[in-house]
Design a protein around this ligand. Structure first.
Ligand code: PLP
Length: 516
């Protein structure tokens, strides 16, 4: 194998990345690639001779990145990216990601890279403190010896919030099963053992997907063990209905095992009242004990770095787990989900399998964390590096300023919507998300407006279905259950970008209404 000029080629790749960001505003936000266009420019056979051995260096490879790959991108880091929720990145996070790749370690066990594990323990404790999370979600301090019997809480980095909800659900089911077995051993009658899981009808699709993967649902519509509780006009779960559903299932001999509350629903940013959800869980405890309460704050959770946004966390001290995505709104490249548990034993009991080849003295001493037992995969990347770089570079004050600026911009946009009688807000702005639509244009008209805006390349926004109880749903002349969403969160978005976006929206809406 020939030596690779890491420094020389690396400098060129870094230069390409820097130029990409410098010039990103000249690109259409949503890629204009048509299906198959990228693939058709790539050879169907892999090269026999690599660029290295052919001596051509990386010129051809980097030229193809510019010619084929970049035009095939939708630019998530573009300041006019307002779609879905953001997946923002920052220079410090990019360098952390690069360093993690460069070091090339795999941190499945403490032994396989002590720094990979211990930095993660510390950074997750930092994050818990930055968000003002209850102490039970912290690891318990330096080194954080985590023998499986220790019962301490702590945080772990997962790839996504989807992995977090799946992991929490599996741990919840295991814990409920254990409690039932303990009841059986004490001679208490055991229920048939069908586990049921609960969330609002506004929960993210990852909840239903987790139920499918965990074998609790055969398809997305299978409601035999999955309960989607109705929501109020704002899109928050109705705790009374949750409690009624839990009680009815217990009465029917089922075992409620898992409840997921959402902070910041994907459609409109609605907040479940976690304290009320926790109370409902108390009322719905069956043979498996009180169901596990997981709080999914994938997008909104980051805002808790600011004390003024922490009221949404009220009741989280009664949850078993909490997650949010620094990769959505905390300057940290995808992928990075921060997943906190109050009792790590529940995860470890549900997921630890130890073949001989993984045995080692450090693990058996109980003095270390082995994060492989806190997640589905065995192997794991050194993701805490990028989070560490972000927190060290920006500091708590920088992170707060970042969030506050986006919330300010969302309020500004909401004000602009209110000022223009042709539009209406379809929900109260939630943090940095603004939901709106053109009055009287109906779903088809609003979707057409979105299509035109996205095709213009000037901005990218997406739509969602309004919560079923929303006063805007179907009531407006022309009907409608669709809202447009403008989610602010790209690292480089400034006031000029949201003002420009609003001007584009006004212009296209006027054309639409005029029938041109
Ligand atoms: N939960 C909520 C509320 C979300 O909005 C999303 C994604 O937007 C997810 C979960 C899934 O996130 P991930 O892509 O990290 O799995």
């Amino acid at each position: 194998m020939e030596a690779f000029d890491l420094e020389g080629e690396g400098e060129r790749v870094l230069e390409l990345i820097a130029r990409y960001h410098r010039e990103i505003e000249s690109r259409p936000v949503l890629s204009r690639a048509t299906p198959g266009q990228v693939a058709s420019q790539l050879p169907s056979e892999p090269p026999e001779e690599g660029a290295g051995s052919a001596g051509e260096g990386w010129d051809a490879i980097l030229a193809d990145v510019e010619r084929i790959i970049l035009p095939g991108l939708t630019h998530w880091q573009h300041p006019s990216f307002f779609a879905y929720f953001p997946a923002n990145a920052s220079g410090p996070a990019m360098l952390g990601e690069l360093l993690a790749a460069g070091l090339g370690v795999q941190g499945m066990l403490w032994l396989t890279s002590p720094a990979c594990t211990e930095l993660e323990v510390v950074v997750m404790d930092w994050l818990a403190k930055l968000l003002g999370l209850p102490e039970m979600f912290r690891s318990g301090g330096a080194g954080s010896g985590a023998g499986s019997g220790s019962g301490m809480g702590g945080g772990v980095i997962h790839g996504t919030a989807s992995e977090a909800v799946l992991t929490a659900m599996v741990a919840a089911r295991h814990r409920a099963r254990q409690r039932m077995r303990a009841g059986e051993a004490r001679g208490e009658a055991a229920p048939p053992g069908s586990f049921t899981v609960y969330a609002s009808d506004q929960t993210h699709s990852s909840f239903v997907k987790a139920a499918m993967i965990a074998g609790l649902a055969e398809d997305p519509e299978d409601r035999r063990r999955v309960r989607l509780i109705s929501t109020d006009a704002q899109g928050g779960i109705k705790p009374d209905e949750l409690e009624a559903a839990l009680r009815a299932d217990v009465a029917a001999g089922l075992t409620p095992a898992f409840v997921c509350a959402t902070l910041g629903t994907t459609a409109t940013g609605a907040m479940d009242d976690v304290a009320s959800v926790a109370r409902a869980c108390d009322g719905g405890a069956g043979a498996g004990g009180r169901p596990w309460l997981h709080v999914d704050g994938a997008y909104a959770g980051a805002a808790a770095v600011c004390p003024e946004f922490r009221p949404m966390l009220a009741g989280v001290e009664r949850a078993d787990s909490f997650c949010f995505n620094p990769h959505k709104w905390l300057l940290t490249n995808f992928d990075c989900d921060a997943f906190f548990v109050a009792d790590r034993r529940a995860l470890i009991d549900a997921m630890s399998v130890t073949p001989e080849y993984l045995r080692n003295a450090a693990s058996e001493s109980g003095a270390v964390v082995d994060y492989r037992d806190w997640q589905v995969p065995l192997g794991r990347r050194f993701r805490s590096l990028k989070l560490w770089f972000v927190i060290r570079h920006y500091g708590a004050a920088g992170l707060r300023a970042f969030i506050r600026e986006h919330v300010r911009l969302a309020e500004l946009v909401a004000g602009l919507v209110r000022e223009d009688g042709r539009f209406e807000l379809t929900a109260e702005p939630s943090l940095s998300l603004v939901c709106f639509r053109v009055r009287g244009a109906g779903d088809a008209g609003n979707l057409e407006l979105m299509r035109r805006l996205n095709a213009s390349g000037e901005l990218f926004l997406t739509h969602a279905a309004l919560p079923p109880a929303s006063p805007f749903r179907g009531q407006e002349r022309g009907g409608g259950s669709i809202t447009l969403r403008l989610a602010i969160g790209a690292t480089s978005t400034r006031e000029e970008h949201v003002r420009r976006a609003w001007a584009s929206i006004q212009r296209e809406a006027a054309r639409l209404v005029a029938g041109t």
